[in-house]
Design a protein around this ligand. Structure first.
Ligand code: NAD
Length: 253
């Protein structure tokens, strides 16, 4: 039984993360929603942050947490989110910096630069600004865990959307470098790198995925991987999540 199934069944033992406070960006939908449920089931108090206030509030209600509207591409909004979590729950121990978009920026001279800015804003600035905003709060608690959502697109070439690949590779690079850099602060920084996972972000790709008989990873498997990272001791790792395989840190050559 996954953590999320256990929460839905009312079996909240609350052990592993009891007393911890978690922020989940992009928590209104897909992987963020599933992870908010998993963190809450493990006992954490969860602040759901998203630009989608309607769905975000629903998830917050579901996990008995709080909602904060936040556009992660805005530094001040990230700071306000952390302030909110501290006021609401007294501190922050975990940040799942997950909000993201796949805008389809095009290729070569046809790059759509407005879409590029939007994608970089959510997928890369969201992680950098989120980290910048949350670090003082984590240090104030004596340490903590940050998990950023990268992607298989951060580990392999993405010919269909090179700019999505570029911002996800940047998140992978951040995880590899920030992991060791933040160790003296007792802050662990890892990335989660799912292949195609069940969420609305893959809607435009569903035809291609079914044609190629590509398996889709349940969102709960990604959520359970994030939980495993948060409760483990790894840092600077990029956890590759594939369908039908045990998640594991990606081994760079
Ligand atoms: P999703 O569309 O279901 O969820 C993304 C959430 O992020 C939405 O609730 C959206 O409102 C929110 N969001 C978007 N831009 C935002 C912003 N600027 N500020 C705050 N919130 C914002 O898709 P998902 O698949 O759950 O995406 C979550 C993350 O997973 C993304 O970073 C995505 O790139 C990554 N990812 C997804 C897959 C997949 O196959 N689903 C695979 C690898 C990585």
């Amino acid at each position: 039984m996954t953590a999320t199934e256990a929460l839905r069944g009312g079996q909240t033992d609350g052990a592993a993360l009891a007393g911890k406070v978690a922020i989940v960006t992009g928590g209104a939908s897909g992987l963020g929603r599933a992870t908010a449920l998993a963190l809450a089931q493990a006992g954490a108090r969860v602040v759901v942050a998203d630009v989608d206030a309607g769905a975000g509030r629903e998830v917050a209600d579901l996990v008995g947490g709080a909602f904060r509207a936040c556009d992660v591409s805005d530094l001040d909004a990230n700071r306000a989110l952390v302030d909110f979590a501290q006021e609401e729950y007294g501190g922050v121990d975990i940040a799942f910096l997950n909000a993201g978009v796949m805008t389809g920026c095009g290729v070569g001279e046809d790059f759509d630069l407005a879409r590029y800015r939007r994608a970089m804003g959510a997928n890369l600035d969201g992680v950098v600004f989120g980290t910048h905003a949350v670090l003082p709060a984590l240090r104030a608690r004596g340490g903590g865990a940050i998990v950023a959502t990268a992607s298989l697109a951060g580990l392999a070439a993405v010919p269909l959307d090179p700019l999505y690949g570029a911002n996800k590779h940047a998140v992978v690079g951040l995880a590899r470098s920030l992991g060791p850099a933040l160790a003296p602060d007792n802050v662990r920084f890892n990335a989660v790198c799912p292949g195609y996972a069940e969420s609305r972000i893959i809607d435009p790709l569903r035809g291609m995925l079914s044609e190629q008989e590509m398996p889709i990873i349940p969102a709960e498997v990604v959520a359970d991987t994030v939980l495993r990272i948060v409760t483990g001791d790894s840092t600077g790792e990029c956890w590759f999540v594939q369908a039908g395989r045990e998640p594991e840190p990606f081994r760079f050559r």
